[in-house]
Design a protein around this ligand. Structure first.
Ligand code: CUA
Length: 391
């Protein structure tokens, strides 16, 4: 019995220490996440000591005063020891007051806003960009919108009809390192929660509201995230990543992303574009193809991922599938399976037009579509492909 109990306790403890866990809150990679970590470490330590004193004391008292079946009927009764009463009122008050001061300091730190405009060139024009990214949650993926002229005069509350942005990505947010990035988080349908544990805590994405948040990464790398508010059928398949790049690499990324899609050259890709126009442009935008007359996606949410630079991302379907093999070649099997029958790969509601439907494409159309999709955007570095790989 005791042995079984110990095994259970050990199993519970061991389950908390996966090595290389992607969503580890205890390995901050930026100043904001670090200030949370700096607060939580001593609080956990204090809580641990209090735990040991209280439960240790309880165990000692339980053992010391257990019923020894003696004739004595009742132990001696004590009540209202003034010294003890004062002690256990004052000590917790002092502990909580000290923790409260540091908590408020941390809160003000992570909610503060810093002016840190960076110089960028957008389509040849120099701009001073106060790094700000609009984050829109929707069943079941995240959209990231970049407006390099700032957000003044843009109404973010009507998320189903947002004005065109300079860059729109899905599932992967690209940021420059060493810069505090302001996020404006909102949703198109239900409540989601945006969480990149290495860079900051969570913030809810609430429809009709715009919640400010911020992120900062010290070093280039890929930081994993997960929607943390139950949002329906595929909540657990609503993942995201932050790809942090040096400011120079970020500029190069902007230079590429700002371009419309190049015209396809191979015959298969040209056929694929025709199939795409017939089958996919009711929901998906490709700049240079259908952005001029696009009125919104034929979905409840009015939006589907912008595919102009699909291949510059390393995952698709809300961050659950790798778009590339580790050697940098296309993950053709998975992409084809998705085009063949998306709901079989990632459950979506049967009614209400959410998520990608089964388009009933034949194998020839799928091959052509894959050839066309491969022309959309440049392949990222092998380093990013390796670092962003999902299981
Ligand atoms: Cu979105 Cu859970």
């Amino acid at each position: 019995m005791v042995r079984a109990g110990l095994v259970l306790i050990f199993a519970a403890l061991a389950s908390g220490c996966a090595s290389g866990a992607e969503l580890d809150t205890l390995k901050p990679q930026g100043p904001i996440a670090r200030s949370i970590d700096t607060l939580s470490d001593p609080v956990f330590l204090i809580a641990g000591i209090v735990f040991l004193i209280i439960f240790g004391g309880t165990a000692v008292i339980w053992w010391r005063f257990r019923d020894d079946h003696s004739d004595e009927e009742f132990p001696e009764q004590v009540h209202g020891d003034l010294k003890l009463e004062v002690l256990w009122t004052v000590v917790p008050t002092v502990i909580l007051a000290v923790i409260a001061v540091f908590t408020l300091m941390t809160l003000s730190d992570i909610n503060g806003r810093e002016d840190n405009a960076m110089a960028l060139s957008v389509d040849g024009t120099p701009v001073s960009w106060e790094p700000e990214i609009v984050v829109v949650g929707q069943q079941w993926w995240w959209e990231y919108r970049y407006y390099f002229d700032g957000l003044d005069g843009i109404d973010l509350s009507d998320t189903r009809h947002l004005p065109p942005a300079d860059i729109v990505t899905g599932t992967q947010m690209v940021i420059p390192t060493g810069q505090e990035i302001e996020l404006k988080i909102t949703s198109r349908d239900v409540i989601h929660s945006h969480w990149i544990p290495a860079l900051n805590g969570k913030r809810d994405a609430v429809p009709g509201r715009v919640s400010p948040w911020k992120l900062e990464a010290e070093n280039p790398g890929v930081y994993f995230g997960q929607c943390t508010e139950f949002c329906g059928l595929s909540h657990s398949r609503m993942r995201m990543q932050v790809v942090a790049m040096t400011p120079d690499d970020f500029q190069a990324w902007v230079d590429r992303q700002i371009q419309p899609a190049a015209a396809p050259e191979s015959e298969a890709a040209i056929r694929g574009r025709a199939t795409f126009e017939a089958q996919c442009t009711r929901c998906h935008v490709v700049n240079g193809l259908n952005d001029e007359d696009f009125k919104g996606a034929d979905l409840e949410s009015n939006a589907a991922p912008d595919l102009t630079h699909l291949m510059s991302r390393t995952m698709f379907a809300g961050g659950i599938f790798n778009l590339y093999e580790p050697d940098g070649s296309l993950n053709r099997t998975q992409l084809e399976a998705w085009l063949r029958d998306a709901p079989a790969e990632k459950p979506a509601y049967a009614q209400g037009r959410r998520g990608m439907p089964n388009m009933g494409l034949d194998e020839g159309q799928i091959d052509d579509l894959v050839a066309y999709l491969q022309t959309l955007g440049e392949t990222p570095s092998l380093e990013i492909i390796a670092a962003s790989e999902v299981d």
